[in-house]
Design a protein around this ligand. Structure first.
Ligand code: GLP
Length: 293
């Protein structure tokens, strides 16, 4: 596992997007695991910008999202299907048939979860898994005590998670109690993991997750077991790490980061800010990267 600390959230986001773009260019049929949450909104806006300005091509890739709320249909404004259509799928040349999320309205959840696992296997497995981190250290919705070998299943959400995610709902009591999520074992099967965390509120859990002992209480600690995992942070999220000088040295010296060290011109000159258009004003719900030329 590597920890990379970038000077600010824009630079961290840009790095994540550039790694995804490089993998996609190298392998157009890339199978990408996708995450949701506020942190990912800027990653998707940057990818949309790359699609528009650099022709980044999504036409042959396949995607599998980590999770979906139980009880919400895909067109519910708070469903993760809606989130993905809004922030990414509706704005790039992806084939919607190649985009997968668990069905939160399935009649038989056990069958739905088994089917999701099979779909991933039939697609050849996930090449690159994008991850955020919850305030309690969850990956997807793998809440504390999620088994280290768990597969896709329904999980009950913890009070911390429901409170964290309530910001995206109209009122806290609307947050579903349960979600379908890839398991920790499902996530660890991917070929490469890329976790992004930004902001001071993630600093404590980031330090516990990546410099603390592996424990099912914090599912993100299991990434320490993954042979190819990059954790990308801004200074704020990395502020409680003990070995940050070592991590900086690695980014500055490891040959495989050579082409990623210099900031993108847009970041270097202006920073990258994402302005999301309110849905009522945007038929397609377009996220507008400010500063794009
Ligand atoms: C949700 C998702 C997680 C994500 C988390 C982070 O709980 N299920 O996959 O990591 O949000 O959210 P944010 O980026 O808003 O902090």
């Amino acid at each position: 596992m590597e920890v990379i600390i970038r000077p600010n959230a824009d630079a961290a986001t840009d790095l994540v997007a550039r790694v995804i773009a490089k993998e996609l260019r190298d392998k157009p049929r890339l199978v990408i695991g996708l995450a949701t949450g506020r942190t990912m909104e800027s990653v998707y806006a940057r990818l949309v910008q790359m699609h528009r300005e650099e022709g980044l091509d999504f036409s042959a890739c396949h995607t599998f999202n980590l999770d979906e709320y139980v009880g919400l249909s895909g067109d519910h404004v708070n469903s993760y299907r809606h989130y993905m259509n809004h922030h990414l799928f509706g704005q790039v040349n992806i084939n919607l048939k190649n985009t997968h999320l668990p069905n939160g309205l399935a009649d038989d959840f056990e069958a739905e979860c088994a089917n999701y696992e099979n779909l991933i296997v039939n697609c050849g497995g996930i090449d690159l898994q994008l991850l955020g981190i919850g305030l309690n250290g969850h990956l997807g919705f793998n809440e504390p005590l999620s088994a280290l070998r768990s597969r896709t299943r329904v999980k009950t959400l913890s009070p911390v998670t429901r409170e964290q995610n309530a910001l995206l709902f109209q009122s806290p009591d609307q947050v579903p109690n349960r979600a379908i999520t890839m398991g920790v074992g499902t996530i660890l099967d991917c070929r490469r993991c890329l976790l992004l965390a930004t902001g001071e509120d993630k600093a404590e859990i980031v330090a516990k997750a990546f410099e603390g002992p592996i424990s099912s209480m914090i599912s993100a600690t299991t990434l320490q077991l993954h042979p190819e995992c990059s954790v990308i942070l801004d200074e704020a999220a990395g502020s409680r790490l003990k070995e940050s000088n070592h991590y900086r040295w690695i980014f500055a010296n490891e040959p495989h980061w050579e082409n990623f060290r210099a900031a993108s011109p847009a970041i270097a000159s202006n920073g990258f800010h994402v302005k999301l258009q309110p849905e009522s004003q945007s038929a397609k719900g377009i996220a507008t990267p400010v500063n794009s030329k």
